[in-house]
Design a binder for this molecule. Structure first.
Ligand code: ATP
Ligand code: MG
Length: 292
């Protein structure tokens, strides 16, 4: 079992976000120590992804949620850096379009689910529907649901619908891992300031992100509720401390590697018929050489 199992949100219990420290490093002391492990993790992930693709049975869905500047983009970039791009699809979900708003809330993400053999990465996801939408009631109003279907119970209903979807996907061979990159409010402030200070980071700065900070406590309450209600045996949440980016990347890579290793993926075995085909092909190719 991974040393990072402690980051998992245990299914079915009470969960308190304040028990998790965004600056935790699980006893790892330096960036260097983490770097070696991350490099190994990336290499292992490359091999496992190849097996995943060759065996063509399971799909892997990785979901990333976080406050702004927690490091979703760079974590995805680093952790997936060794994986064959053909075996991996990354989707980022922003505010929904008019077309998307005309559908149920799981529609747009369902269209992007990974097929067997592939790794699908969701940079934000349907979980926004119980986060930003919960924090800003105006967004829910814009979803045009029939009024009689909207009441205070809607978040619990959405949790149930999400759990049902994930159970269904798991039963069909999709392995789901969910990461909440847990950054502290103070570290977010420092990273926003860095975006203002460094010209190459200016493009990442958005005034609306700073305004969103005013809702920090409401977001944390929504996250806490979501983590408690939707961390399940088959689709667990990991609360990954994000104040030290080196720790976050290593931990995410480790959790993914562990989960893929548990599948005991094998390359397809060659049947007798296939072996005869291969032998025949070899003879043809060798015969060609003799004629040249
Ligand atoms: P990110 O902040 O993920 O790095 P970005 O800054 O490039 O991405 P934004 O334009 O900020 O892109 O888009 C993300 C925004 O979209 C977030 O504020 C998020 O809360 C919002 N969003 C995502 N999904 C939904 C949804 N279903 N309903 C409303 N808003 C959503
Ligand atoms: Mg943003």
């Amino acid at each position: 079992m991974s040393v990072f199992e402690e980051l998992r949100v245990p299914p079915g219990g009470k969960f308190r976000l304040k028990d998790r420290d965004p600056a935790h490093t699980a006893g790892f002391e330096s960036k260097k120590e983490a770097k070696d492990r991350l490099v190994q993790g990336i290499e292992r992930l490359r091999e496992l992804q190849e097996r995943l693709y060759a065996s063509d049975r399971y799909a892997l869905l990785l979901i990333f949620q976080a406050m702004d500047a927690a490091g979703k983009d760079s974590t995805i970039e680093h952790v997936m850096s060794g994986v064959n791009p053909q075996g991996c699809q990354v989707y980022s979900f922003k505010a929904p379009s008019a077309e998307e708003l005309d559908h149920d809330f799981l529609w747009r993400t369902n269209r992007c689910l990974p097929e067997r053999g592939r790794i699908g990465v969701f940079n934000r996801s349907y979980y926004e529907e119980v986060l930003v939408v919960r924090v800003h009631p105006g967004i829910l109003a814009a979803e045009k649901l029939p009024a009689e279907l909207v009441d205070v119970g809607i978040w619990k209903q959405r949790f149930k619908d999400i759990n049902a979807l994930e159970r269904y996907l798991a039963r069909n061979g999709t392995v789901i891992l969910k990461f909440f990159l847990h950054v502290s409010k103070e570290e977010q402030r420092r990273r926003f300031l860095a975006r203002l200070d460094e010209p190459q980071k200016n493009w990442k700065f958005s005034v609306s992100d700073v305004k969103e900070r005013e809702h920090w406590d409401e977001y944390m309450a929504a996250y806490e509720d979501m983590l408690e209600a939707t961390s399940t045996e088959r689709a667990p949440w990991y609360v990954v401390p994000a104040d030290h980016k080196w720790f976050m990347r290593m931990a995410v890579a480790d959790v993914i590697v562990e989960a893929l290793e548990a599948l005991k993926l094998e390359y397809p075995t060659v049947t007798e018929d296939k072996r005869r085909e291969l032998d025949a092909a070899r003879k043809m190719l060798e015969g060609e050489e003799a004629r040249i």
